[in-house]
Design a protein around this ligand. Sequence first.
Ligand SMILES: [Zn+2]
Ligand SMILES: [Zn+2]
Length: 303
Amino acid sequence: MLPYNSLDEAAVSLGRNLTFAETLWFNYSANKSDYFLYCHNILFMFLIYSTVPLPYVLVELMRSAGFEKYKIQPKVKLSSSETFKCYKDVMRMSFLVVGPLQLLSYPSVKMIGIRTSLPLPSGWEIFLQLLVYFIVEDYTNYWIHRFLHGKWGYEKIHRVHHEYTAPIAFAASYAHWAEILILGLPSFLGPAIVPGHMITFWLWFVLRQIEAIETHSGYDFPWTPTKYIPFYGGAEYHDYHHYVGRQSQSNFASMFTYCDFIYGTDKGYRYQKKLLGKLKEGLKSDGEQNGGSDLPIQDLKSE
Ligand SMILES: [Zn+2]
Ligand SMILES: [Zn+2]
C-alpha cells in the first residue's frame, strides 16, 4: 500500500512527475496491501505452470517430424494421460506446499526489506539485482543438489524429481515436498542479500520458473534466446543429468555451467558430448554416402 492519496501527492513527495510505469504502479497498488501484492506470486505460479509448458507439450504430443530433430531423447514418448498426470501432480504439490509456503513466508519478505513504494527501480537496477539472484541461487542450488545425490538425500528425497529420466516441461517442479521446501532457500537468498522492489521480486519468481520449464522441456531448440546467455546450461545440459539418473555425478547446476566446470562435475557430460560429436561426424560422412540418420543421446548412456 502506498502512503499517498493521489498521484499529485506522490509527485510532490518524489519532487517530479511520475513516469508512465510509476503511474501504472500507483493505480494498481495504491490501495492494495503489501501482503496481497506479495501473494500475487501464487497466481503467477499457477499461471506460468499452466501456460508456459503448453507449446512444448503440444510439440511433444504431435511429434511432428519438423521438431523431432530437436528432441533430446527422441526414443522416450509420453502419452497425453502421462503428461496430464505430471501436470496434476505438480499442481497438487504447488497447492499443498508452494502456496502455503508463500503465504507463510511473508514476514521474512517484510523483514529483508522488499519494498512496494515509489520510485520504481530503474531497468539497470532490476537487471543487476536479478543477475545477483540467479548467480546466488545457482551456486547454492549446486551444493544442495549435490548433497541430494548422496545415498540418503537421493533415496529419501531427490529420487522423486528423477522419476523422469527424460524430463518434460511440466516436470520442472515435479519433486518431493521436502525438496520444494529446501530449494526455496536458494531462491530466497539472493533477494535477502540484495533486497529490491516487489516488481523485481515478481520478475525473479516468474523468470526462474520459466527457466526451469525450458531446462526440463526435453527440447533443445537452436532459436531459444537463452542460448545467448554466457555460461547458460539449458535443456540439453540438464537433460543429461536426468538421463544418467541416480548415479549422476554430473551437471548439478540449475542454470549456469561454471560450477560444474570449477568443481569438476561435468567431466562425464563433456566426455559424452565429445564422443557424440565424433560419432555424429562419422555418421554424417557415412550418411552422405548411405543416407544415414541422427544418433540419439540415449545410445551413449554412461557409467
Ligand atoms: Zn538430480
Ligand atoms: Zn531436473
